[in-house]
Design a protein around this ligand. Structure first.
Ligand SMILES: [Zn+2]
Length: 78
């Protein structure tokens, strides 16, 4: 959902590099070159950036709907 702060396998900090990685990929740079430039050498860390999918924007509406429904239920009980 959110970008993992650290590599699941080795614990290297990766969250600080995620936005830079995404911005450079969007401009059409080769992911291999970007990962090399960012100092991501181990394949466990590289897969973290390559495979992370940010889904928070898709999930938020469901939480808002759930919160709204909870408020409706509470007001009906009162
Ligand atoms: Zn790693």
């Amino acid at each position: 959902m959110l970008v993992p702060v650290r590599c699941f396998t080795c614990g290297k900090l990766i969250a600080d590099k995620y936005s830079d990685y995404q911005n450079r990929i969007k401009t059409g740079e080769d992911p291999k070159k970007v990962l090399d430039d960012l100092g991501m050498e181990r394949y466990c860390c590289r897969r973290m950036l390559l495979t992370t999918v940010e889904t928070i924007q898709q999930v938020i509406p469901f939480y808002e709907a759930m919160h709204k429904r909870n408020q409706e239920v509470q007001s009906e009980l009162e």
